[in-house]
Design a protein around this ligand. Sequence first.
Ligand code: MSP
Length: 509
Amino acid sequence: MSNKAYITTPIYYPSGKPHIGSAYTSVACDVYARAMRLDGRDTKFLTGTDEHGLKLQRAAENEGLTPQQYVDKMSEQFRALEDIVTLSNDDFIRTTEPRHEAAATAMWNKLNDAGFIYKDTYAGWYSVPDESYYTEEELVDGKSPDSGHPVEWVEEESYYFKLSAFGDKLLAYYEKHPEFIQPESRKNEVIAFVKSGLRDLSISRSTFNWGVPVPNDDKHVMYVWVDALTNYLSALGWPESADWADYFQEAVHVIGKDILKFHAIYWPAMLMAAEVPLPKQVYAHGFWVADGQKMSKSKGNVIDPVEMTETFGIDQLRYYMLRDVSFGQDGDFSKDRLISRINTDLSNDLGNLFQRVLSMVFKNCEGQTPDLGELTSEDQEFLNHVGPEFVDEYLAHIEKLEFHKALDVVWNVVRAANKYMDNQQPWSLKKENPERMGQVLRVLMEAFCPISLLVEPFLPNSAPKLQAQVGFKGKTFADLRKGTPLLETGAKLDKPEGVFMRYMKEEAA
Ligand code: MSP
């Protein structure tokens, strides 16, 4: 298995501010990247902004700015997501950067040199918000089938990509690489679409100029999606860099289900045409709606990640989004559910467990890690939950982007720890058997090591606090695999502080 990992978010159109959908994709990728790094993988996590196209040109005109001034300003709001939801991205690509324009040009030249580009006239419908072309038959009530936005009639000279030549090759690829498109239901949609026949794709525009110029024809700019998809390669220094392929073959493109066709059909076909090996996976997650309704500016029900993190906390929002809905499914964003996740899972199950145990250690064991001693069968039975298999099971879910299941694996152990504590009742041993009390607390502290490390990808701000309280700092999954004992007897501990506040429902009103 390769030691590299590469995870990407879609590059966001910077025509508004980030909403909960962009925060969601970015957080999911961040969790994956952090887990891979803790597992010792050489990891790249890429995000960025998609800055060309008619939509952005028009948005700039509306504000009386040049497109470049506009995207310079707006792109910063997406960079700010790094702080808003604590992202650990290694790079942030903007499609107006020279390194990207060079790669997009190289991609065009490769497609052209291989004979997959030709010139013709395009006549059909275009949706600016979707930056997508449609035939008459594809429209729904005369509007975009993807977003319901109005479409415009476009008639112009255009370059085409011979997408129709790739139907069979794509189908054979999906068959041979069953993991390439996930989840399964999305894969089936793509297969059905490809089987229904692919038409060549118009890949240039000549009626506006906000795009990467087509090589040797400055009347045309590249279709924004051809330019945008190439970002996943440009950030690796493709085609010049020595190691782009090492990362790209491990690439996992996380996207929303609305842009699946571009990533699972157009992109692999372009790569096949350019003779670039395909990424490992395209994973389409579901959509968030708000109280059962599609979020939209006009309805005024758009969930703002800034407001959510300011009210509830960053780690709390991250946890809720990845725990409450299985990745791949749609989710209904609910403050009530968010609050009950905070109170039940974070504050009660996890936070109180650490606080109760570590306070007892602080008060009754001279603030030092107690001795493990000779384990009883009950101790051993409990500790069996937290051996190397715990990490393996968790990681297997993360690799499949089954975030809610990875969290379930951790919370099963958290619940087992609470049960062990209730059974052993260390508080009642204080007087007659302080040694056994210390031992029980130490057994629990041993379990806190993997728990506090495995939650770190999800809770990057709180987990280090939990780790510091246990005295298990700066560790990796390799340390966990060494098995018990993970702590040193006699290590000095600080007075524990509660890490997760409870929320009263009224506070959120
Ligand atoms: N610029 C293109 C992507 C190019 S990638 C080469 C784009 N940008 S976008 O800003 O419109 O959308 C970015 C992502 O946000 C998409 O994956 C989209 O599916 C996702 N979401 C938009 N609304 C969403 C929700 N309500 N819920 C979850 N994700 C949502 O498309």
